[in-house]
Write a protein that binds this ligand. Structure first.
Ligand SMILES: [Zn+2]
Length: 66
């Protein structure tokens, strides 16, 4: 089946037998994201989490000092 990426509108072909294809068929509202966008978002999320934990670490450090 053909699916459209919600982020970049790229049309991708996915195998009808994959669990993803079955999910998209059963629930058309379920959104598809292509590999490129998926990895982009994963990288962003990881970076975001890294900066969050860095801030947390700095705060803890300060609390210990003062
Ligand atoms: Zn995409």
């Amino acid at each position: 089946m053909r699916v459209k990426c919600v982020l970049c509108d790229a049309i991708k072909k996915i195998d009808d037998e994959t669990s993803l294809a079955k999910r998209l068929r059963n629930r058309p509202i379920h959104t598809f994201m292509c590999d490129e966008c998926h990895s982009r978002i994963t990288v962003k999320t990881k970076k975001h989490l890294a900066s969050e934990s860095f801030k947390l670490y700095r705060t803890m450090e300060k609390n210990e000092l003062f």
